[in-house]
Ligand binder design. Structure first.
Ligand code: SF4
Length: 112
């Protein structure tokens, strides 16, 4: 099995090639080890940081997860954020702790 992908870990965007050779997963095209780690994770359990917005009484504020979460949980995470009815929030405030037991929090990323 051979799979090609672009590394999203930095702006270099290396073209990665991932091949399973027996029990071993071999990554080529990566400019650094982060690309190899990313490619292997993409095959087993791909993750993404969720960036979205949350409703408050003062309007809509941007928020994000503090770490990537499994792609399979992204829509569930969005639904958890959508349920919130917040008065007001501050930059950096945790609005959901350990969202869906992923180990990541959801924090506010906007002022006001
Ligand atoms: S492999 Fe390394 S250098 Fe290349 S895009 Fe990924 S993080 Fe950047």
């Amino acid at each position: 099995m051979k799979k090609e992908m672009i590394c999203i870990m930095c702006p270099m965007g290396c073209n990665l090639c991932v091949q399973k050779q027996g029990e071993e997963v071999v990554v080529t095209g990566n400019g650094c080890n982060r690309g190899a780690v990313f490619a292997k994770e993409e095959l087993s359990c791909p993750k993404r940081t969720v960036t979205t917005s949350v409703k408050t009484k003062c309007g809509v504020k941007s928020c994000k997860t503090t770490a990537p979460i499994p792609k399979a949980l992204i829509f569930d995470c969005m639904r958890e954020i959508e349920k919130l009815q917040l008065e007001s929030v501050e930059f950096g405030e945790i609005i959901i702790q350990n969202v869906l037991n992923t180990g990541a929090d959801v924090i506010v990323t906007a002022n006001n």
